[in-house]
Design a protein around this ligand. Structure first.
Ligand code: SF4
Length: 262
């Protein structure tokens, strides 16, 4: 089973990491569109969920968000964050920057204490307008599952050009504003030749270079998590609590504020 979200607004939902979160989904509601094809994606694999509807427009998103925020305010509901997430990578929307500005302004009008968060896979960070928009939000939560390109090709499966060194350098250019998010897990998947290959990124051989990359990036916070509800690929396993706590302790020891979600 997979989870596709309504578009362009869904929730609010109670998020493990963010509290009460109103979702902003810049992708169509009937499929996913992403520059990664993670084997663990809750929305399923790209090939199984190609959308047939168009992307929501700037005007549609603004109208629907205003309507929802007005209704929530009238009912006295709480809201901790407005979160760009949903069926794919939000920064791929061609009007991402303009939409961010609209969301920031609606937030200030209706829920000035709420944060604006973007959950991103970091692949579009080299684009100036995306980089600048990410610098304007409160929480730019940027994916970095490992620094091994081989692992990323196996697990995150970028659909286009991907260069880990340039991703790390661009995250470092965020000058301490990035929040790094990392999925840790265990298990095996089949590679293209049908061989079982480990996807365990909890081992020291992954953790040590990953912490070196964090030192280069200097994130404001690190969020680590493991598999949660649904995933589309056989053979993946959650990392156990002890493993997650050990990894978190190593990251904290390197000097980074770290949250863990099991
Ligand atoms: S980056 Fe996120 S939306 Fe894209 S495939 Fe991976 S988990 Fe799914």
């Amino acid at each position: 089973m997979t989870i596709l979200h309504q578009s362009p607004i869904f929730g609010p939902v109670k998020s493990r990491r963010l509290g009460i979160s109103l979702g902003i989904n810049l992708m169509p509601g009937d499929g996913k569109w992403c520059s990664f094809d993670c084997v663990y994606c809750e929305c399923g694999l790209n090939k199984d969920h190609r959308p047939s509807k168009p992307l929501p427009t700037v005007e549609e998103i603004e109208y629907k968000l205003r309507e929802r925020l007005e209704a929530m305010k009238e009912c006295g509901e709480d809201l901790n964050t407005l979160t760009f997430s949903g069926n794919g990578e939000p920064t791929m929307h061609p009007k991402f920057s303009e939409i961010v500005d609209n969301v920031l302004s609606l937030r200030s009008k209706y829920f000035p204490m709420a944060k604006v968060t973007v959950l991103s896979n970091s692949t579009q960070i080299h684009r100036k307008e995306v980089f600048d928009a990410l610098m304007r939000v409160d929480n730019a939560v940027m994916k970095l599952d490992t620094v091994s390109e081989e692992y990323i090709r196996l697990v995150d499966q970028p659909t286009g050009h991907y260069n880990i060194k340039s991703i790390i350098e661009n995250l470092a250019r965020m000058n301490g504003n990035a929040v790094v998010q990392t999925m840790f897990m265990k298990g095996n998947v089949k590679d293209n030749d049908g061989n079982l290959v480990s996807v365990d990124n909890c081992k020291d051989e992954y953790i040590e270079p990953y912490i070196d990359a964090l030192k280069r990036i200097n994130p404001r916070q690190v969020m680590i998590y493991t598999l949660d509800r649904e995933w589309p690929t056989e053979g993946l396993e959650k990392a156990d609590h002890e493993t997650m706590d050990t990894i978190a302790e190593k990251i904290r020891k390197a000097g980074f504020d770290t949250s863990v979600s099991y």
